[in-house]
Every structure is written in C-alpha cells, then in structure tokens.
Ligand binder design. Structure first.
Ligand code: BTN
Length: 321
C-alpha cells in the first residue's frame, strides 16, 4: 500500500490536520491530499472533516512485523526468513522465488493483499487488502515425497491449535485442507511441492488463507465464516494471528519430522466436521458415513461393504443431500 505510513498515522482514529500529517511525513499538503485519495481508492474508509482534517473511520489492520515476531517462540526467529509485504501476487509464489534464490532459513511470506491469490483446484483466492490472513511457509523434508503422507492434515491441526490458543471456539477441520467454524469455511491450506532439488530433499510450500475481518464475500459459493463474525468482541490482529500460526506450524512440523503422522491422528479426528455425516465420494460411487482418517491420513467412509479409504487429491467428499 503506497499510503501505509499515512494509514499508520491515522490508525489512532483521531482527526489529523493535513498540515500535521504533511509535517510528520515530510511531504507537502498537496501530497497528503493525493495520498488520502489513493488510500480511499485502495479501500480505506477516511472521512474528510471540514476545517479540521482527516479521520480513519474504520480500523485498517495492516501487518506489523514486530507484532508477528512477538508471537514466535524465543530463539526461533533466527530459523526463519520473514518477509512482510504490502502487496504480492501470491505468498506461495513469493516463497517459491525465495527458495529458488537460495533463501537461508525457513522462508515465510505474509502480505496485506494478494493480486493473484491461488486456491486449491486452480481456483482464485480472493485476497482484499488488510481483510484476511495470507501466509506461506517453505518447509524442507528429508526422505523423498514418501515422508509427506498426512502433512496437509498436520498443517490443519497446527492452524486449529493456534486458533484455539487465541480463544477461538469450535474450530473444525474438513478433510483434507479446510479450516471450519460452525457457520462455514474459515480458511484453507494450499500445499504445493517443489521437486527434489537435492536427492531426497523435498520442499513443501504451505499457503494458509484465513478469513479475519471479512464481512462480505462476493462470488463465494459456499457458507463461509470469519474470526470477526464468530468472535466480534475481539479486536483481531492479523499480525498476531499470523505469528501464532507460524509458531504452531514450526511446532507441528518438528514433531511430524520426528515421529510422522500417527500422533496427529487423534488431534485431527476430534475436529472432523464429516464425522458421522452421510457422505458421497468418487462422483457418488462410494456412499456411506464419515468415519475419520486412517494412519496414512486417508478419509474413511463406512459403506455397506465396509470401510473405504479415500485418498487426498483423488476426489472430493460431499455431504450427501
Ligand atoms: C483453498 O482453496 O481452500 C486454499 C486456499 C489457500 C489460500 C492461501 S492465501 C496464502 C497462500 N497464497 C496463495 O496464493 N494461496 C495461499
């Protein structure tokens, strides 16, 4: 956001005169007026108060690097290479660029907005400025692609853990990669893989999108939720949520690298939104009742002929109507 410094000055919600803003930012009053116009074009809600100045009407929750880092366990900061961006095409794409440029440490990118946010199955992920969380991490695993079984579910558990620590009740997980609240989808995880750059070394780009302040969602074709909707009494900070999720992903990935998926099965299962529901998979060929995941992270449907495992990426599950 070109007017980020201006928005930060206005973020106390008080009225600021053009002259005072110009002095603080070291620019002319005309430049301030232009920045106000640009900020409004970018979605900021700023009132012009005749004879007095400008006031930010609704809070803009822009990212603050120090606030992100405050949530991350002491000592861990050195292990990551954190990039906080005003705007980016996609934080996943940014992390891939950083990996290809030989990033030192775990590359982590978090942005105020994405211009080409990507969702699963080639969908567009709407990423308006300052509204939601757009976060990606580049994770390295040793042992080839075979060690990744269940990883995307582990990431879901990590996000759910972080949200619960922040006080969000009833966080659910929808197989394979969605984060749910009782009234709908809260977020999703896009896992992308980079080939083996060295033998047995696999790079996973974990992209997490989470609805934070979202109050409307044009063109979204399924029930959705946001943290502000679910817990309106909390003054949500995207930086705090981002930091908490980064830290939780570090914890979960360390455990997963040590002992694999087995220890996560129960943590995933108790948040399973499909458990006990009538489900259809493989275009209706498999029909039965949701029964949780197996040790490899496949979803199991209890059918008339017994348990049928459904592999991630193979098909989508639907609640039978
Ligand atoms: C889904 O379709 O449910 C997954 C959506 C993942 C969106 C996130 S936002 C941060 C990261 N960057 C992207 O371009 N996509 C992921």
């Amino acid at each position: 956001m070109k007017s980020k410094a201006l928005i930060e000055l206005l973020s106390d919600g008080q009225v600021h005169s053009g002259a005072a803003l110009a002095e603080k930012l070291g620019v002319s009053r005309t430049a301030i007026w232009k920045q106000i116009r640009r900020a409004m074009e970018e979605g900021a809600d700023i009132a012009t108060i005749r004879g007095r100045g400008y006031q930010l009407v609704s809070r803009v929750d822009l990212l603050d690097r120090a606030r992100v880092l405050r949530e991350i366990a002491a000592g861990r900061e050195q292990e990551l290479s954190l990039t906080v961006l005003d705007e980016v095409d996609s934080t996943n794409a940014e992390v891939i660029r950083q990996i290809n440029a030989g990033s030192k440490g775990v590359p982590v990118a978090i942005a105020d907005c994405q211009t080409s946010g990507r969702g699963r199955r080639g969908r567009v992920w709407q990423s308006p400025r300052g509204e939601n969380l757009y976060l990606s991490m580049g994770l390295t695993f040793h042992g080839g692609f075979g060690v990744l079984d269940g990883l995307s579910l582990v990431l879901g558990v990590a996000v759910a853990n972080a949200l619960e620590r922040l006080g969000v009740p009833e966080v659910g997980l929808k197989w394979p990669n969605d984060i749910f609240l009782p009234d709908g989808k809260l977020g999703g995880i896009l896992v992308e893989l980079q080939g083996e750059l060295e033998e047995g070394v696999v790079q996973v780009i974990a992209g997490i999108g989470l609805n934070v302040h979202m109050s409307r969602a044009d063109g979204v074709d399924q029930p959705w939720s946001s943290l502000a909707r679910a817990c309106p009494q909390v003054g949500w900070s995207r930086s705090q949520i981002g930091g908490a999720i980064i830290d939780a992903v570090f914890d979960a990935v360390a455990l997963f690298s040590d002992i694999g998926f087995a220890d996560f099965r129960e943590s995933w299962q108790r948040r399973d939104v499909f458990m006990g529901k009538s489900l259809k998979a493989r275009g209706g060929d498999v029909e039965g009742v949701g029964c949780g995941i197996d040790d490899a992270g496949n979803y199991q449907i209890r059918t008339e002929n017994g348990l049928v495992p459904v592999r991630a990426g193979e098909i989508s599950l639907r609640v039978a109507k």
